[in-house]
Write a protein that binds this ligand. Sequence first.
Ligand SMILES: [Fe+2]
Length: 368
Amino acid sequence: MTAPTISTEGLRELLQQGAPVTVLDVRPAAERAEWAIPGSLHADAYDVLRRGDPTALADFRPTNGNRVVTVCAAGKTSMLAAERLRARGLDAVSLEGGMRAWSLAWNTAEVPCPGSTARIVQLRRTGKGCLSYLIGSSGDAAVVDASLDPQIYHRVADEHGWRIRTVLETHVHADHLSRARALAADTGARLCLPTTDRVSFEYAPLKDGDIMRVGSAGLRALHTPGHTPESTSYLLDDRALFTGDTLFLGAVGRPDLEATTDESRGRAHVLHASLRRLVALPPETVVLPAHTSEPVAFDGRPISATLGEVQERTSLLRETEEAFVSQILARLPPTPPNHHRIVALNEAGKLPVDPTELEAGANRCAVA
Ligand SMILES: [Fe+2]
């Protein structure tokens, strides 16, 4: 017997609609700790399922109706789990491709931005925590840090009656493959990057102080190096700040990727100066980073905070330059998986046919 499967897009839609379904994760606890589907239950049943133990999942009870979606790393053990639950009369299906495929699942939230003529939609890759943004004003739109299939940005822009005219990156990313170049090619939009000689494709270079129009709104480039030399933040109508991986909601960017120990120290000093510049903006400025460290729930709530709140939460922002540098270098998390290959592809502007293998796992761009 083979259980039916559900695609990532199918499960994504069920969760987005709030449909009754229980998601059951059967991976070993250590794998689940790395990343998981928000709201999912866990049964540490990987080994017993592989062994064909008839008592596997005998105690499991769905918590939300009769429908169950089983999940594992790549969609094989979850199939065994779904078969076992179906034998008990449950409407169980297996997530096709497992967590690897789920890496591409996404949801959206509208970000209130009082005082701006623009509307902002936050597009979240729920598994990896990559956050990208569609900014719309007077029928035009810009996309910041595209990390999802270009079709998804088209679809959301269409729903709002916007046409994507500008595609922006805050920096050369190390933990996801950029879809910016593909999106710009698809739409004929202008591809804008902070000025850098790192990339080997054509783009419109931005420098500190440049202003891009999005309909009747304005986006100002603020060069905020440190996480990477080219890292740039974008300030929308003096109200919302797209910080990339320079500043998160309770953490700052790591300065060590693709850098020697000495370079990391130098970058940490530079990052301190960049952050001083950002925290001098009005405290009510809405901070919109490029990543979050938690899987993103299907709750329609934006992942954002005011600059004042971010300052309160982030002790590193209150340190002297020397203390900031020594603390940040002491607290560096493990490097993101595959980051050398991801950076090389992003610098070349290339996207493999199946990005999920390279991108598997949570992002690790922050230091708290
Ligand atoms: Fe980054």
